[in-house]
Unconditional design. Structure first.
Length: 272
């Protein structure tokens, strides 16, 4: 009888130890810290921190001032404002564009904040927040040039375009002759020299240029009806995080924060 009581006592003690261990594990966060489990309700890579992938070389969205200063830019500040709304720290992981989606798939970061355009192909593989950037294609001409006021007016005109861009396709579809260039800087130089009649590019590129070069005597002659929408990108298991970021973006839009950031980097509200 004594041996039976002893065994019963040992079993009870073991059960108590297991119960205490369960209670302890239920209140311990990642890495054995005392942080509550709810702190990582969004399935973050690191609890309490929003880890954002961005290039860091894509002015004015994500770049280092003077090449070596702090990471700044429109996308950077939008991400910082969102994290603050959610009560999270923010950590940026600078990643080359060609590897950025692979890194997201591998779980290296929570979200991409790098002017990711929403496309049907991407929507098949990823979740997106509500857009925080809206842009159109624009025809840029020298100030005072009234000969072009629509895409139809490009027929027979000469535009400067990169041959690998979708703007080249739009220019040729509009009947323009195309002078091949490597990018915006060369295109706008040819335009200002009077060697071409116009160039087609993204509205954000134009706004950034005139915001940083206020004496540039160029203007928008026409814009596309279609818009390009850019947003934060996530893997498909991040529904709760997407919903929370959407709510934060809505508050930032209502409070005028997104408009202020647009004015800072582009001289215009580019959020809607």
């Amino acid at each position: 009888m004594s041996r039976v009581r002893t065994l019963i006592g040992l079993a009870a003690a073991s059960a108590a130890v297991v119960a205490l261990a369960a209670c302890s594990s239920g209140t311990t966060g990642q890495g054995g810290t005392d942080a509550p489990a709810a702190e990582n309700e969004y399935g973050l890579v690191n609890a309490g921190t929003l880890t954002v992938a961005t290039e860091g070389t894509y002015r004015p969205f994500s770049y280092h001032e003077d090449g070596s200063g702090d990471l700044v830019g429109y996308d950077v500040e939008v991400a910082q404002a969102v994290a603050e709304k959610l009560g999270l720290e923010v950590e940026f992981q600078e990643t080359q564009w060609d590897a950025i989606f692979a890194g997201l798939d591998a779980g290296r970061f929570d979200v991409i904040g790098n002017q990711v355009s929403i496309t049907p192909e991407r929507e098949e593989q990823y979740l997106f927040s509500e857009p925080y950037t809206v842009s159109r294609g624009v025809i840029v001409v020298n100030e005072g040039d009234t000969s072009i006021s629509s895409f139809d007016d490009l027929a027979g005109k000469t535009t400067a375009q990169s041959l690998t861009s979708n703007w080249y396709e739009l220019a040729t579809a509009s009947g323009a002759n195309v002078e091949a260039v490597e990018g915006w800087a060369q295109a706008v130089a040819l335009l200002q020299q009077g060697r071409v009649d116009a160039t087609i590019n993204d509205q954000l590129t134009f706004l950034d240029y005139v915001n940083t070069t206020p004496d540039a005597a160029i203007e928008v002659a026409a814009e596309t009806d279609d818009t390009s929408l850019s947003a934060f990108a996530f893997t498909t298991d991040k529904e709760a995080l997407v919903a929370a970021i959407d709510e934060a973006l809505a508050e930032l839009r209502d409070e005028g924060v997104l408009a202020e950031l647009g004015e800072k980097y582009f001289g215009a509200d580019v959020s809607e």
